[in-house]
Design a protein around this ligand. Sequence first.
Ligand SMILES: [Zn+2]
Length: 223
Amino acid sequence: MRLTIFFLLCLTLLPRTATAQRICIDPGHGRKTVGTTGKHTTEYKICWEIGQQLKQALEKQGMEVILTKERVEQDVPNSERAEIANRARVDLMVRLHCDADNDHGIATYYPAKQGTIRGKQGPDEAVIEASRVSATRFHTALIKSLEGALKNRKLRTDSQTAVGRKLGGALEGSIYAKIPVLLVEMCVLRNAKDEAFITSKEGQKRLVRALAAGVKAGVTPSE
Ligand SMILES: [Zn+2]
């Protein structure tokens, strides 16, 4: 009897992993499609680095984290990245990228309408709405936490990217998503100041803290 009570007590004290929020971090690009390049780093490398740090930060907050890649150089098609997040039934998929724009700063993208690729149309209306809500909360918390360290390039939609426009309104990773999805262009890698920020220890610390605050806000259910 005493043993039963002991076990019951242990059970109630155990972290409630069943209800832990589950996040998919998708560090963009790989060996073949390296992404954009700066003077000192390449997009796939910096996305992997930030992804690893963000994983740690989220796990510290009690979240479950899955990654779409096992190694920095691994190439995973965008459709498969989304399927990994779908299979894990994550609460939010966060795709990490860096931009090659003439501008500088940080921007968040989400699918506001469906797109089509290889005959596949998506995401569905529920995913579009959930992504809008999550991305809005995510971006607000992200910018607040950054305290001006990076320029706010605002919350945007997939249609505002060249690829998203070409596909009719959503990026490939969004089209396949059955879970809320957003994409962060963490900085403009071709901008020297932005690159210095994202490659510095202090800059990474601030960015990861802000991304973690964004994720937390993004998965908090409404009152
Ligand atoms: Zn990219």
